[in-house]
Ligand binder design. Structure first.
Ligand code: PMT
Length: 421
């Protein structure tokens, strides 16, 4: 299997040689693309010798003096398309702040950035730079943009940096990058044939024509699940409450407002669905009466609420046999106890239990941590980005499809997970 390593111009460029070796030990056929700046740090000959392949060093291999033949120019100008189509993964290590910015903004002014735009293979980037550059809001914004488009980020490690400063910015170790690459290769199309219905964001229950009862869900968690599922080959239906997020391209978006609208949207699509993931924060109560006109401010008021229908429970009761149902549970105390009782009450195959009282996680943040709870296991998924978490949740969902005999024979329950009985 062919993978392409992109080397950009930082002091860590020399570590890319070790990465190439580590990837080769996974029986991968490694090809290397270098930016002009990378060639200031390491000679292309190093990578050519390691890989046995020509190293691609620019969009235009012939200098203008040599470029006499139109045929040669045409060959060089389409080389990036050939590379883009033939590679199974693009791994950029080290990725400089400049290369990440060019990826984020679609600037294609050399071979590596052009390849990035042209390829449909998974892209993994391992940034390395000065700590201030890594923490700069511009770099953070670029990273967020790339991640929301499906680029897998292997964050830099903390420690003494080549610039003399100490902090985050050191290229991750080769084995950590290799693990991310192998993970991406395994996940390619592993959800092909599945139709996944994901619910996301909060519902709004109208009180009068201008007011509603809502909650803090932004939709980020559910949208991340939808994006990751689609990237892995599933057909995705995203049933979303109001959200400012852009839905993933090519998924079927069903926009709803209230719990009742979400219920109808979900139940009417169940017969075409093979997996349901309910990440939405659905209102548990709605006003018993909807005021027809804007309510006037007169003094203390009392509004009577009635419970909404439990959509997750209804899904479990009316799904087709074989459809997997995954709920979420947002808790603030006694997590495992509440999570387990919710799992039993709702009858779902699994519950993704998250602690929404932890600062920086849960509602409206880009990061989250969870426990993937099934009737028999509790798998810890530690703090990570919501995209990474979405992918790990999908790994666990796929594992639920494996026959028990497979797990017993291989001992393979989930990679990198802590399993508690
Ligand atoms: O959207 P973000 O800002 O990224 O935040 C993500 C999140 C915190 C909203 C998400 O990770 C999460 O926890 N979603 C579930 C929130 C929730 O409503 O949890 P719950 O414990 O109240 O409900 C349990 C399950 O029942 C959920 O799957 C919920 O969708 C479902 N439910 C709840 C009420 C109801 N009437 N019908 C339901 O189906």
């Amino acid at each position: 299997m062919k993978v392409t390593v992109g080397v950009s111009g930082g002091i860590a460029a020399y570590k890319a040689a070790e990465l190439v070796r580590a990837l080769q030990r996974q029986a991968l056929d490694v090809h290397v693309v270098m930016t002009a700046a990378a060639q200031q740090f390491v000679a292309p000959l190093t990578f050519a010798s390691l890989t046995g392949h020509k190293v691609i060093t620019g969009l235009w291999p012939l200098s203008s003096g040599e470029a006499g033949s139109g045929e040669a120019e045409l060959d060089s100008s389409i080389e990036h398309i050939g590379e883009a189509q033939s590679t199974e993964a693009l791994v950029v290590a080290p990725a400089t702040a400049h290369v990440l910015a060019r990826f984020a903004h679609g600037l294609a002014d050399d071979f590596l950035t052009t390849l990035y735009l042209a390829t449909r293979a998974p892209v993994i980037v391992a940034p390395a730079m000065n700590v201030n550059m890594w923490e700069h809001p511009a770099t953070r914004a670029n990273m967020e943009m790339l991640e929301s488009r499906g680029v897998r980020i292997v964050p830099p490690e903390s420690g003494a940096l080549a610039c003399g400063m100490t902090g985050s910015g050191r290229l991750a170790e080769p084995e950590v990058i290799v693990e991310a690459v192998v993970g991406q290769l395994h996940r390619r199309n592993d959800l092909a044939g599945e139709v996944i219905l994901v619910t996301a964001a909060g519902t709004r229950e109208a009180i009068d024509p201008v007011r509603f009862l809502g909650n803090r869900s932004s939709g980020k968690m559910g949208y991340a699940v939808a994006e990751e599922a689609q990237r892995r080959g599933a057909r995705v239906v995203l049933v979303s409450g109001p959200s400012s997020l852009r839905p993933p391209a090519n998924c079927e978006l069903v926009s709803v407002v209230s719990a009742d609208e979400m219920r109808r949207a979900v139940l009417s699509r169940l017969d075409q669905t093979t997996i349901v993931v309910k990440a939405a924060a659905v209102a548990d109560y709605r006003p018993c009466v909807l005021a027809e006109q804007k309510m006037k401010r007169t003094g203390p008021i009392t509004i009577e609420f009635e419970p909404t229908e439990d959509i997750l429970r209804e899904v479990v009761l009316s799904k087709r046999p074989g459809t997997l149902v995954i709920g979420f549970a947002a808790e603030t105390e006694n997590l495992l106890e509440h999570g387990r009782s919710k799992l039993l009450r709702k009858g779902a195959d699994a519950i993704v239990l998250n602690d929404v009282s932890r600062p920086g996680l849960g509602f409206d943040s880009d990061r989250n941590a969870a426990t993937f709870l099934t009737p028999k296991t509790a798998i810890e998924l530690p703090e990570m980005t919501k995209h990474e978490l979405a992918s790990r949740i999908l790994d666990e969902v796929i594992a639920l499809r494996r026959p028990a005999s497979f797990v017993a024979e291989t001992g393979l329950v989930s990679s990198n997970s802590t399993l508690r009985e």
